[in-house]
Design a protein around this ligand. Structure first.
Ligand code: FE2
Ligand code: FE2
Length: 440
């Protein structure tokens, strides 16, 4: 892929993302009632973006609006009565659109920004904010495994070593995994927070404590060293983990574990965006692009998994596949073509589950014809844990587990606001589920 192709593809996806956000915001304002002006503004902004999409030869993603509106309502937008920060959440997403989509609207950019400024102006901050909910360990449903358990493996989400609180919580999760009986652990990328060499070294020391075979993968945070200001991730990853980031397949007791490195080796053209203030952080280095892609050797891995000799397999990657529901839509997931490949591989009947990191939440992105595509929350962020999967003859039981260190967990929960708790927790079914192979 040339830099030019990358740019046009990313611009197209930015426009798609902005359009979905504005259409979904419109629907949320309508469902709140009494926000006709805001709904009209969002509709007008969507119209401006639709014009640019049309010029790019891409129809808007109508089918993605309803799921995103539902997601906005479930996480931050329930209603201004239920959740006083809801109006700010809605406007901050629009601020993201101003910054990331505005520059590609040409003549329509001033109008987009004019409405953006009016929205900010109209925003009233609540007089008081809700206190974080009192600390309570999550009540995670205990489901029966679908038959005799053959073995258990662990999934360790993004580590983000180098960010505040990451190291202690990762260490606690690793100690728990060692005591869990897991025979294998797959880590889901974003090993480091800033892609720096010292962070890779600390992460290596933490991962070396795992007492069972384990595999890692690259995440977008590992691609670019903020400290050095360069795309150093390939070099560091291969020197620390002993393989090129082109995916690897592990085999354990007749099951294949396809571990993919879904990162794009490219620097982000944008500064980091602060969703609290709604502004770019001036002078800061954003690192790598956030979305995912797969290399040709990984296409070959997927083809093998789907083949008649493939046998049962799990697929792991950093980026959730498409259609992805979350923020920012489209752009935060795996590029469409590669997501389509994974979908096709699931259709082979060999795949039992797809697990992704990147979003720091428990979420079932979707099923591909009955195969779960599941996002796994992380040790550092609420609800602070990892996942265990009990593999049985014809299926498995998945469950998220909070770290057992009560002191760490309490401190983590008490410092997490209600918005992040709603974002990270997931539903009961996203915390624990059973999957059984369909009978043929
Ligand atoms: Fe991450
Ligand atoms: Fe990530």
């Amino acid at each position: 892929m040339t830099q030019t192709d990358l740019a046009s593809e990313v611009i197209r996806d930015l426009l798609r993302s902005g359009w979905i956000i504005e259409r979904a915001r419109h629907d949320v304002y309508i469902s709140w009632g009494g926000h006709d002006r805001e709904a009209a503004w969002a509709a007008e902004r969507a119209g401006l973006i639709a014009t640019a999409l049309e010029a790019n030869g891409r129809p808007p993603d109508n089918e993605l609006v309803a799921p995103h509106a539902r997601w906005m309502l479930s996480v931050g937008g329930g209603s201004p009565d239920e959740f006083p920060l809801a109006p700010m959440f809605m406007v901050r997403m629009a601020d993201w659109v101003d910054g990331h989509v505005g520059p590609f609207l040409d003549d329509d950019e001033p109008r987009l920004r004019e409405i953006g400024a009016a929205q900010r102006e109209a925003l009233r901050f609540p007089g008081s904010l809700p206190a974080p909910p009192p600390y309570r360990r999550l009540d995670i449903p205990e489901l029966k495994p679908p038959g005799k358990v053959r073995f258990t493996f662990g999934i360790l989400g993004d580590l983000h070593v180098g960010s505040p609180n990451a190291t202690d919580r990762v260490r606690a999760a690793i100690a728990d995994l060692n005591a869990s009986g897991a025979e294998l652990v797959i880590q889901l990328g974003d090993i480091t927070d800033h892609g720096n060499k010292d962070e890779f070294e600390t992460a290596m020391q933490l991962l070396a404590k795992l007492e069972m075979p384990h595999a890692t993968m690259m995440g977008n945070h590992d691609v670019y060293s903020i400290g050095e200001g360069r795309l150093s991730g390939k070099e560091y990853y291969s020197s620390y983990f002993g393989r090129e980031p082109d995916g690897v397949v592990l085999h354990h007791k007749g099951i294949s574990f396809a571990v993919l490195d879904s990162i794009e080796h490219a620097a982000s053209p944008f500064s980091p965006f602060d969703l609290v203030t709604g502004r770019f952080i001036e002078g800061a280095d954003a690192g790598a692009v956030v979305r995912g892609t797969l290399t040709h050797p990984q296409h070959d891995i997927l083809a093998d998994i789907a083949g008649p000799e493939g046998g049962p397999a799990f697929i792991f990657l950093h980026h959730p596949t498409q259609p992805y529901t979350g923020f920012p839509p489209v752009l935060f997931g795996l590029r469409d073509e590669d997501a389509g490949r994974i979908h096709a591989v699931c259709d082979s009947g060999n795949v039992w589950g797809v697990f992704a990191g990147h979003t720091h939440r428990n979420a079932r992105t979707r099923d591909y014809d009955g195969v779960p595509v599941h996002e796994v929350a992380i040790p550092r962020d609420y609800p602070n844990g990892y996942a265990l999967v009990d593999v049985c003859e014809d299926g498995y039981r998945y469950r998220f587990v909070q770290i057992s260190d009560e002191k760490l967990l309490r401190a983590a929960s008490e410092s997490t606001g209600p918005f992040q708790q709603r974002y990270g927790r997931g539903t009961d079914e996203e915390l624990s589920f059973v999957w059984t192979r369909p009978s043929i």
